[in-house]
Design a protein around this ligand. Structure first.
Ligand code: SER
Length: 311
């Protein structure tokens, strides 16, 4: 019998959907409570409607299910956040502080909170970006993630809060849709390749970004959460490298399967966001501290994406 009782906040999102599946498999469905600001379709129980800014409602859910771990995934992503900076700051920061406070006062024991490559900015060395580097993000999303990282480390040092975090690269999966990020093109492209054999990309062909297939990201998350606390030496957030590629390269990988596939480019405001982020990441610390090892390269991911989306 599992002693962990988990709450996922933002379970309808791209990460939440796959993480819920994996955690329910591991801990038993009854021990993983999903929650989101609204229900989509008929959610699998246990499910609760929860606004991350409603601290009292959060507390009553934590108590009702005797929650020990929270995965806080609710956030506005980079592109959406640029359209509503104040809401993005409010949601991304105060949601996190609410959850950190419940760990500080002992209501919960452990937190997972995702950070992002967006914590880096135009003054960061862009190739093989190290864990510790210049961090001057110029998107509101990146600013909120960097401030969030500082809060996580602060609550760990000051109040011994067991919070763990990963700076996810752009995430790619077939089970769930991405929601308002700059890296979303790398999901849309597979859908369009199958549907219309062509894709108009909102980033230029040579825009290289770090990306990761969701099964790798979920495995990393669970591995980090399972690691002994003493192994988790970084309490801001861990770099994860993933696979670095640009739209031209993903298009070529798709052409190995769909020879007629064509891509065209029409960069929009998201180009500037992408240009401010690293092209590749160094994740030595994650490898050394908790044994991280990536599994999927571009071709392996492309095969799985196309096979599964076709079904
Ligand atoms: N993939 C996210 C985005 O594009 C970054 O964390 O917003």
């Amino acid at each position: 019998m599992s002693t962990e009782r988990i709450l996922i906040i933002g379970s309808n999102g791209q990460i939440g959907f796959e993480l819920a599946e994996a955690l329910r498999k591991k801990y038993g469905s009854e021990n993983v409570v999903c929650s989101d600001i609204r229900a989509v379709g008929e959610p699998i129980a246990p499910f609760e409607i929860l606004d991350v800014l409603d601290k009292e409602a959060m507390l009553s859910i934590l108590k009702k299910y005797q929650i020990s771990q929270v995965y806080l995934l609710a956030a506005l992503l980079s592109a959406t956040a640029e359209k509503n900076p104040k809401l993005a700051w409010d949601l991304n920061m105060n949601g996190l502080i609410n959850v950190l406070d419940f760990a500080k006062d002992g209501t919960i024991k452990k937190i997972f909170w995702p950070s992002s490559i967006a914590v880096f900015g135009p003054t960061t060395p862009m190739i093989n970006t190290p864990q510790y580097s210049v961090m001057e993000p110029n998107t509101i999303y990146g600013i909120s993630k960097l401030a969030g990282e500082r809060f996580c480390e602060y609550y760990h040092q000051k109040y011994k809060v067991d919070v763990r975090s990963i700076r996810y690269p752009g995430l790619i999966g077939w089970k769930s849709a991405p929601g308002g990020g700059t890296t979303d093109y790398a999901v849309h492209i597979y859908h369009e390749a199958l549907k219309s054999k062509s894709y108009e990309c909102f980033l230029s062909g040579d825009t290289t970004l770090p990306m990761m297939y969701l099964p790798d990201a979920i495995r990393a998350t669970m591995q980090l959460m399972d690691a002994p606390s003493s192994d988790v030496k970084i309490r801001s957030s861990y770099n994860l490298a993933g696979i670095s590629f640009n739209p031209e390269q993903i298009a070529s990988a798709i052409r190995k399967r769909i020879a007629e596939f064509t891509i065209s480019y029409k960069p929009d405001f998201r180009q500037a966001i992408a240009n401010s982020w690293p092209q590749s990441i160094n994740d030595t610390e994650a490898q050394n501290d908790w044994g991280w090892k990536m599994e999927y390269d571009l071709d392996k991911m492309t095969n799985e994406m196309l096979d599964n989306l076709k079904k």
